[in-house]
Structure formats: C-alpha cells, structure tokens
Ligand binder design. Structure first.
Ligand SMILES: Nc1nc2c(ncn2[C@@H]2O[C@H](COP(=O)(O)OP(=O)(O)OP(=O)(O)O)[C@@H](O)[C@H]2O)c(=O)[nH]1
Ligand SMILES: [Zn+2]
Length: 475
C-alpha cells in the first residue's frame, strides 16, 4: 500500500444517494449517485466493481472526468472532453473492471461555465488557455479531487490504474491516500480547432509530452530520447519489409480460456502497445477462426495513428458476414479465401476478396509475397496462436512481441507453440528486450538477429516449411 502522511488525507465526504444501472452505447454500467460535502452531486459509472469485492481484487481502471458541458453534451471541438469521455467509457467496458467518476463542479477546470466561456472569448483574442484564466483572476487549474476520492473510497476502490495524461491528477490522488499503481495515458485524435489547446496543456500544464514523440514516430522520425523512441525507434528507422508478430498469453501459455474467451488476458497498457504496433505497419494478419471467434476490429483506437489494412487468412470463408472486418468500413479488409470458397457477391466496398489459387494450404511466405505485391511490406501477425506459431516456425518473423499476463487459465487456447527442439542446444535463444506494461511483461524477441547468428553457426537450411492450416488458432 502507498502510504501518505495522515494530514494529507482529506476529510471530504461523499454520501451515496442512489445505485442503479445505465445502459449506454458502450454497454451496461452501474451508475451510483453521490452528494459531496460541499453539496455538489457527482456520479460514478462502473463495470465489474461490487460492494463485496475482496480487498485483493485487481486494481480497476479509473477515469476522473471533469464536467464539461460544451464538450460532453454539446460536442464542442474546442476541447477534447467529449471524445475523452466516450473513449474512457469504451475502455472501461472493454477491460471489464473500471470506474468513471463524473466530477461535477469541475466545469472550466473549476472556474465554472460562464467564466470558461469568458476565457474562450479571451482565447479568441489571442491568449492561451492558461493566460485567459489568469487574466480573469482565476488559477490556471482550480480543481480539487477530494470528493472524487471519497466517491472511490465509498465504492471500495483504494488501488487503481488512473486513466489520464495529466500527472497533476495522479499526484493529487496520491496526496489523498489513493494508491495509483499505474497511470494510463488517454489520447484522442487532435482536431484543428483544439490543436492549440492540446499543445498548451502539454507545454504549460505538464500533460504528457509522450504523444509529441509518438507523432514524430508516425511521421517517420525518431525522437532523440524517451520511452517511445526506445521502444519503437528501430522499427521506424528500418526500411523495407518487416514482419512483426504479437501474442498476449497467460503465465501458463494460453491466449484464451477453453471457451475461447480472450477478453482482458493482458491489460490496457499492452493493448495500447498493440495499437501502436498496428499504427506502425501497413497490414495486420489474422486467422479466419480467430476473427470469427473474437470479432476484432484491428484498427488503431487507443492511440492516434493510421489504421492498417486488415488481412484475414480464411481458406474456407468462414468469417461471419456480420463481423466488424466485413461490415465496419473503417479500413480496408483483404479476405484471403480458397478459390472454391463460397463468398457472397454484394460485400461492402472496403472488402476485397483475394482468391487463393495455389494448390495446398496458404503458406506464410506466399501470403507475405502476395501482400508485398500489393505494397504491404510491413506487417503484423496478430493471432491467434497457431497462425503466429506458423509464421515463427517458417522463419519469417523478424520481431516477436510476447506479452505475459499474471493470470493462470489452466487450459485453453494455446499461445506460442513452435516445432520442438530435442535438446536445449537446439532451442531458440534470441536477443530480447523487455518492458513492464502495467501488470504485464512484454518480451521483444529479435528473431531476425537469431536467424543471422544461427546461419553463421551452421550453414544448414532451416527453410520455411509449409503449414497445414494457417488460419486456425482457436479450438
Ligand atoms: N478554464 C478553461 N477550462 C477549460 C478550457 N478548455 C477545457 N476546459 C475544461 O477543462 C476540463 C478538462 O480538463 P483538461 O485540462 O482538458 O484535461 P485533464 O482532465 O486535466 O487531463 P486528462 O485527464 O488527461 O484529460 C473540463 O472541465 C473543461 O471544461 C479552457 O480553455 N479554459
Ligand atoms: Zn471540455
């Protein structure tokens, strides 16, 4: 437990007034109403948080959302509040255990609605968001978080993963005795109207600068230092074809439970890492059965970045016609099917059916050749376990990102399972780098370097073997 001097802990209170359910476009939330000691009413939207949760329950993802009538209710593009609110609810629903405290009284960073609008008028005349507040006689940020902390305490939340790009929120909560085990940045795509506001938040209000680094990486330049530069810099520096693969698995090596449930095996920080990888490649490849079971979107949502082309290896064309990949139209989908597979004629415009005429199974090297012919040289093999293993066994993966989550499933859908080595001398031991992402550990395995080292040791050919059925990953 994080401990703070007692005198820092707050005497603020939050009285629970109502507990009900709110169905939303992101799913059903528990909605709890409170009255703070100052008389202000707050609400908490939560998923997977119950009054009888044991003390050792995993730390939920928590967003403290500051009321913003213009952004939240009216869809203003002057700030990023409305999009952050929706994105946060989406993330909470996706991760299955989280709370969003909608903090009233925080309007205009605590100066109130009309004063915020006066500040907007000053900004129209040239001031930035900080100077406008100062000109009106306010602090740049007048918010306090003691009532929000009291709401969390009432919900039994003392340890949490905080969804924010504002380090001041983290320190405020810590000072109130809350154990913030991790800060997860929240980023929504900038718009021309709010670019200056977002820049001021970074330059003058201490918000994470990391996303500037990310923007640079997306544009193909590597910042001189920083976590993102270190993690993704050499992917950006490399020209030419590149094959990445990723899997998120349990301590006992499964990517999903026996029933195929693959939700929240790894945490939000790993998911963000996966979205960054997607943004850095031309195409992601997924097996047909995984796509049918998980119904993934394969787009970039947790960070800003371009969506890759989505490639489904689905010899039998078993992907349901209602799946995201065939219906959502947000990014191109290449549907690789056997020449004889039945495919309806009236597919959505973003879907291109690629008929596989070659005899035999879809060999990984032929799939890559087909993609390279289309200019898709940088690819990420995303799953499931058998597809990733097939590409690894074929000696085609340059970098494998294997995330291990501290969860034990017992039995389920296997993760990485490659051809067996008879002795340890024959096992693959490649150069690695590792990062702790929340509660998970990512190991980046440099298989390309290992291949070079191995050919140096023995001239023997470990050529690309064909695989039986590359698309199947889940039972
Ligand atoms: N005074 C003032 N308040 C603003 C302005 N633009 C947005 N806000 C308010 O700022 C609050 C949101 O705070 P932000 O600084 O955008 O973000 P944050 O909550 O500190 O940080 P994140 O957790 O990363 O979103 C809302 O209450 C908005 O009403 C502005 O120009 N002036
Ligand atoms: Zn706002």
């Amino acid at each position: 437990m994080h401990s703070v001097p007692r005198d820092l802990e707050s005497a603020a209170t939050a009285q629970r007034l109502a507990d009900t359910v709110l169905p939303t476009r992101h799913g059903r939330f528990r909605m709890t109403a409170y009255r703070g000691g100052t008389g202000t009413e707050h609400v908490a939207l939560s998923v997977g948080v119950h009054d009888d949760d044991p003390p050792g329950a995993p730390a939920p993802l928590v967003r403290l959302h500051s009321e913003c009538l213009t952004g939240d209710a009216l869809g203003s593009h002057r700030c990023d509040c409305g999009e952050q609110l929706q994105h946060a609810l989406h993330l909470l629903a996706a991760c299955g255990r989280g709370v969003l405290v909608y903090v009233r009284g925080h309007e205009g960073r605590g100066i109130g609605l009309a004063e915020k609008l006066r500040a907007y008028a000053l900004q129209d005349a040239g001031l930035d968001t900080v100077d406008a507040n100062l000109r009106l006689g306010h602090l740049p940020d007048a918010r306090t978080y003691d009532e929000a902390a009291a709401v969390l305490a009432d919900l039994g939340v003392r340890r949490l993963r905080l969804l924010t790009s504002n380090p001041a929120k983290e320190s405020a909560l810590r000072a109130l005795g809350v154990d913030v085990v991790e800060r997860v940045p929240i980023v929504v795509p900038p718009r021309p109207e709010n670019a200056r506001y977002l820049r001021t938040k970074r330059e003058r209000m201490g918000h994470d600068p990391g996303e500037d680094d990310w923007q640079q990486l997306l544009e193909g330049t590597v910042p001189r230092s920083g976590e993102l530069a270190e993690r993704y810099g050499d992917l950006v520096r490399r020209d030419g074809p590149l094959v990445l693969a990723q899997l998120g698995q349990s301590l006992d090596g499964f990517i999903a439970s026996r029933s195929g449930d693959a939700r929240s095996v790894t945490g939000p920080a790993d998911r963000e890492h996966l979205h960054r990888l997607r943004a850095l490649v031309d195409a992601v490849i997924v097996g047909g059965r995984t796509a049918a079971v998980d119904d993934p979107r394969l787009t970039v949502r947790d960070v800003v970045g371009p969506d890759p082309v989505r490639v489904v290896l689905d010899p039998g064309a078993t992907l349901p016609l209602t799946s995201h990949l065939l219906c959502d139209g947000v990014a191109p989908t290449l549907w690789l099917v056997r020449a004889s597979a039945p495919v309806p004629a009236d597919l959505a415009e973003h879907v291109e059916v690629v008929r596989w005429h070659a005899a035999g199974p879809m060999a990984p090297d032929q799939v890559l050749q087909e993609l390279r012919r289309r200019g898709l040289g940088r690819v990420l093999v995303e799953g499931g376990g058998r597809l990733v293993s097939a590409f690894v066994d074929a000696g085609l993966v340059d970098r494998l990102y294997l995330t291990t989550a501290p969860v034990i499933i017992g039995e389920g859908v296997p993760g990485l399972r490659v051809a067996a080595a008879e002795t340890m001398a024959g096992a693959t031991r490649a150069p690695v780098r590792r990062w702790v992402l929340g509660e998970d550990v990512v190991v980046e395995v440099d298989l390309a370097a290992e291949r070079v080292a191995r050919t140096d040791r023995s001239p023997e050919d470990h050529g690309a073997d064909e695989v039986e059925e590359v698309s199947s990953s889940t039972a």
